[in-house]
Design a protein around this ligand. Structure first.
Ligand code: GAR
Length: 210
């Protein structure tokens, strides 16, 4: 049984999708803990109601990124994680933290990386006249919103698209691809070679939607 630890900062809808898929598809894994840097994160309630351990490590209580990350890692490691999942965890992580979880740390970002790292991805895609937008699940490296790509979902950017309509469309895709990527992690279906990630059984790592 593999242990999954999920880090959130807010709503936690991707975390919910992972918790639900883990149970429905009977993964050889359990969500051992959901940890937030914000006590008011809505997702903590969802997790607690399902009997999942929750914790809050408030970044404002620490004098530096290094001190915060050290405490965060100490709390995470109590759950002996095989996979650490960043699901809307809005903190820049230190190189030491990233190295500690090398090959175990996944993130989802709401753009087709390497385009649009950072914030306001949907508005930036609309402003740039992109005809495709989407989301990316990737292994985390020390560089923000960067790292070997596991899975991408692309959606059409239609005439009249707004940040709200595009983010809703992309989020629906996120809820499909993130659980799939985490399942591949816990079932050992990912091969990672020189920055390129493939699946052991040739499963498609891209999905398209209108
Ligand atoms: C998601 O859209 C996720 O891709 C994004 O935050 C949202 C969290 O929603 N993450 C990032 O922007 C990371 N750079 P959720 O809390 O409902 O899962």
């Amino acid at each position: 049984m593999k242990n999954i630890v999920i880090l959130i900062s807010g709503r936690g809808s991707n975390m919910e999708a992972i918790v639900q898929a883990c149970a429905a598809e009977q993964w050889p894994a359990r969500v051992a803990a959901v940890i937030s840097n914000k006590a008011e994160a809505g997702g903590l309630t969802f997790a607690a109601e399902r009997g999942i351990a929750t914790a809050c490590v408030n970044h404002k209580d620490y004098p530096s990124r290094e001190a915060f990350d050290a405490e965060l890692a100490r709390v995470i490691d109590q759950f002996q994680p095989d996979v650490v999942v960043l699901a809307g965890f809005m903190r820049i992580l230190t190189p030491g933290f990233v190295a500690h979880y090398e090959n175990r740390l996944l993130n989802i970002h709401p753009s087709l990386l390497p385009a649009f790292p950072g914030l306001h991805t949907h508005q930036r895609a609309i402003n740039a006249g992109c005809k495709l937008a989407g989301a990316t699940v990737h292994f985390v490296t020390a560089e923000l919103d960067h790292g070997p790509i596991v899975l991408q979902a692309a959606v059409a950017v239609l005439p009249g698209e707004t940040e709200a309509t595009l983010s809703e469309k992309v989020l629906r895709q996120e809820h499909q691809i993130y659980p799939r990527a985490v399942r591949w992690m816990v079932t050992g279906n990912l091969v990672h070679d020189h920055g390129r990630v493939t699946t052991t059984d040739g499963q498609t790592q891209v999905q398209f939607s209108a």
